[in-house]
Design a protein around this ligand. Sequence first.
Ligand SMILES: [Zn+2]
Length: 311
Amino acid sequence: MMKLFDFHGDIGYAIMKQRKCTIFNSLTNEQLPKRKAGGFSWVCMASYFEGNESWNDMQEMILALQEEIDQSFDIRLVKDKDDLTKEALLHAICTVEGMCGIQSDVEEKIDWLHDHHIKIASFAWNDENALATGVRGNSNRGLSELGIQALKRMQQHNMIIDVSHANEKTFWDIMENCNDKVMATHSNARALCDHPRNLYDEQLFALCDRGGLVSVVCAGAFVHPQREHQTIASLVHHMQYLKTKIGVAHIALGLDFMDDYDGATETMLTDLKEPSNAQKIIQEMKTQGFSRQEIVDIAYGNALRYLYSYL
Ligand SMILES: [Zn+2]
């Protein structure tokens, strides 16, 4: 079984949802077995915020997730680069999707996230917030002054900025303000599937120029506009395309499995609905002619190398 590194799963969100139904330890009881079956050794566990959550809500979810990680014998919280390769069934890298809860005291709050081992964060989900503008926000609005403050603080801490979900103006504002530590954790190629969550070639080149990764995502609508083509084969076509544009060294996986928290498997690929079946991606990469080394690089090698240089 090939080891896998997944740059995006809304696991903080999934755990909070379970806790609200008084179900504790869903990380150990539900998430872990499925990831283990799929071959995952590293998962970026996102605390995800849609736009209305407060700073308290953000802290509550991050702390709940880390409590469940701490309680698991098999999951290691990644605090520094050496943790990436220490013995563990699963390595948890904590991330944040959308920082709508930050509306003041930006530096202090980014410091808190950094102190709580958040390694990657995006400024906004699809919403428009005090820091930035997501894909469903005003297309003329990008990063705010507060957003630029947050970006600068993140860069000082070597926290990686995630541009998945940023609208185009926000994307380019981010590019203007940073030379590295920026990536897309779960987006595909816009040339193959014209969805606002996917990236145009110019955006791919800009990330590549900054040493960034583009992690392909298996949400059906980001893979192909027609349901019958929302398959693993089409997902691997995105890898083929990215390979021709930016090279294998810049490709990773950011699968965004949603089966955990809303049973939304109908939004996933028709032949890949949950993490336990993720090895089917590796099979398809072989079928489409990726070499053994290319498969290792995309499955986890690029991700480890990338994080190792910043953590
Ligand atoms: Zn997302």
